[in-house]
Design a protein. Structure first.
Length: 76
């Protein structure tokens, strides 16, 4: 079950609180504390190639787009 399917099911169960509670208990995705799913780009929500130095939390693609605006410059 993907995250979007989970949200759709939850929306359908809004009028049935007891069934909704049981559904949440058994089917809610885990809140991640470690691993790949925690490190997302704050701008585009991409997982890979994550730059977290200086508290940036950006993927390399977004970093290249806004590097000069932030104050970084290319030396070569």
């Amino acid at each position: 079950m993907t995250a979007s399917d989970w949200r759709k099911m939850l929306k359908q169960l809004e009028k049935k609180p007891q069934i909704k509670a049981k559904f949440l208990k058994h089917n809610k995705p885990k809140d991640r504390k470690i691993g790949l799913a925690v490190q997302k780009c704050e701008r585009c929500r991409r997982f890979g190639a994550h730059i977290k130095s200086y508290g940036l939390n950006l993927c390399r693609h977004c970093f290249r787009e806004i590097a000069e605006e932030i104050g970084f410059r290319k030396f070569s």
